[in-house]
Design a binder for this molecule. Structure first.
Ligand SMILES: [Zn+2]
Length: 371
C-alpha cells in the first residue's frame, strides 16, 4: 500500500507536466494516490490562457499546528537529446525531467507521510503541490489565497522540498528587476531628423558601470552569510535591433540585483532610480522577496537534528518559501538532489539521496507532529 519512493518518482516523471501545458494528468494521478493513502485532498485550479493548472493540498491527521511539505508538480521543458519522460536508472541515478526538480523530492515527502501511522499524530501533516512554480509561483499564490484546509489551520512548520542535497537552508536571495527606458525618435540618419535613444541612455549606462565595483565593496550592500556576498548586479540592453542607418527610437536597459536580508536593498534601488530620473528616463521596479529565517529557528534546528548536520546554509536560487513565509513563520528549504542537476538535459537524482530523504522527513514528522 505504501508506495516505493523510486517507483513513485518514475511514475511522476513519466507524466509530462511542463509549465506552459496543463498539469491535470499528473495532478489526477497525485490526487488518486493521496486519497488512496487516506489523505483529505483539496483541489484548486485556474485557467491559464486555456490550460487548466491544478494545485493540491492534502492533510493527514487533525489538530492544530503541524508540519507542511511544499512542492510543485510542473517542470521546465524536456529539451532535445534525451528521453525526458522515460525514467531510467543507471549506476545509482534516476534520470528524467523533474527527477530532481522536483518530482523526486515530492515523492519522498508523500512516502514519508504515508509511512506515518495516523494514530501516532498529535498534529497534522500537510502536502502542498503547486502548479506553475517555474512560471511565476501562481499555484502557490492560489494555495495561499484559496485553500480552505490551510485557512482552517496553517501548519506552524514548513519544509520547501526543493533540492538542497538534504542540507538545511535558512535563507536565499530574492530578485529585483529594474527596467529603465529611453524614448528617442527614429529616422534615417541621412536626414539628421532622428534622436537616438541609445545616446540619451548612454550617460546613465556609464553611471551603472561605476556601480559594479561600488556594489561589490560597500559594506551596506554585502551579506557574508552568502557566497558570493554581493548582489550579482547585472545589466542587459535592447534597442530592438536598430540598424546602423537609423536612430534608435527606443532603448530598454534591464538591471537586476539579487536582494538579500540585512543589506540596504532599498538604498541600492533608490540609487539606480535616482540616476535614471536625473536623465529623464522612465523607471519600473519589480521586486521579488528574499527568504530568511534565523539559523536558530525551530524548523531549521529540527532539520539540523534530522539530517545530523550542525550548520544550516544559504543558497542563491529562489523558492516558493517567499510565498509561504507570509503564513508559516518557521520554514526551511530541504530536499534531495543537487540544484545543479535541475533544468539540465539528462536531469538526474541519486537513488541514495532519494531514499535517504524519506527517513529524514519521517524524523521531522516524528519530532514536529508528535508521532
Ligand atoms: Zn523546483
Amino acid at each position: 500500500m505504501i508506495p516505493d519512493v523510486i517507483k513513485l518518482t518514475q511514475d511522476l516523471v513519466a507524466i509530462p507536466s511542463v509549465s506552459i501545458d496543463s498539469n491535470v494528468a499528473v495532478s489526477d494521478y497525485l490526487q488518486r494516490l493521496l486519497l488512496a493513502l487516506d489523505f483529505e485532498v483539496e483541489r484548486l485550479s485556474y485557467d491559464d490562457n486555456g490550460q487548466e493548472k491544478v494545485s493540491l493540498v492534502a492533510r493527514k491527521g487533525s489538530g492544530s499546528g503541524g508540519l507542511g511539505f511544499f512542492s510543485h508538480s510542473d517542470t521546465v521543458p524536456g529539451d532535445q537529446g534525451w528521453n525526458p519522460y522515460d525514467p531510467v536508472i543507471v549506476n545509482g541515478k534516476l534520470y528524467g525531467r523533474g527527477s530532481c526538480d522536483m518530482k523526486g523530492p515530492l515523492a519522498a515527502t508523500i512516502v514519508a507521510a504515508a509511512k506515518t501511522d495516523v494514530k501516532s499524530l498529535k498534529r497534522p501533516i500537510y502536502i502542498g503541490v503547486a502548479s506553475d512554480e517555474e512560471n511565476g509561483y501562481h499555484g502557490a499564490m492560489q494555495i495561499c489565497r484559496e485553500s480552505k484546509l490551510l485557512a482552517q489551520n496553517w501548519p506552524t512548520h514548513g519544509v520547501i522540498a526543493e533540492p538542497t542535497e538534504m542540507r538545511p537552508v535558512y535563507s536565499h536571495k530574492g530578485g529585483t528587476s529594474i527596467t529603465v527606458t529611453a524614448i528617442g525618435f527614429a529616422a534615417h540618419t541621412s536626414t539628421e531628423k532622428g534622436t537616438s535613444a541609445n545616446f540619451l541612455i548612454a550617460p546613465f549606462l556609464a553611471e551603472m558601470a561605476e556601480l559594479v565595483p561600488y556594489f561589490k565593496t560597500e559594506a551596506r550592500f554585502l551579506n557574508h552569510e552568502f557566497n558570493p556576498p554581493s548582489f550579482g548586479f547585472n545589466m542587459t540592453l535592447n534597442d530592438f535591433g536598430t540598424r546602423g542607418n537609423v536612430s534608435a527610437g527606443k532603448t530598454v536597459c534591464g538591471l537586476s540585483i539579487r536582494n538579500m536580508p540585512k543589506v540596504d536593498n532599498e538604498g541600492a534601488i533608490a540609487l539606480i532610480s535616482e540616476k535614471a530620473q536625473k536623465y529623464g528616463l522612465k523607471v519600473d521596479v519589480h521586486m521579488s522577496d528574499y527568504f530568511y529565517v534565523s539559523p536558530q529557528n525551530s524548523m531549521v534546528q529540527a532539520a539540523c537534528r534530522a539530517t545530523g548536520l550542525a550548520q544550516p546554509e544559504t543558497v542563491a536560487y529562489g523558492t516558493e518559501a517567499v510565498i509561504y513565509q507570509k503564513y508559516i513563520a518557521n520554514q526551511v528549504v530541504l530536499g534531495p538532489g543537487n540544484i545543479a542537476q535541475a533544468h539540465t538535459v539528462g536531469e538526474w537524482i541519486t537513488l541514495d539521496q532519494l531514499t535517504g530523504s524519506v527517513g529524514t522527513y519521517e524524523r521531522l514528522i516524528a519530532e514536529l507532529c508528535g508521532a
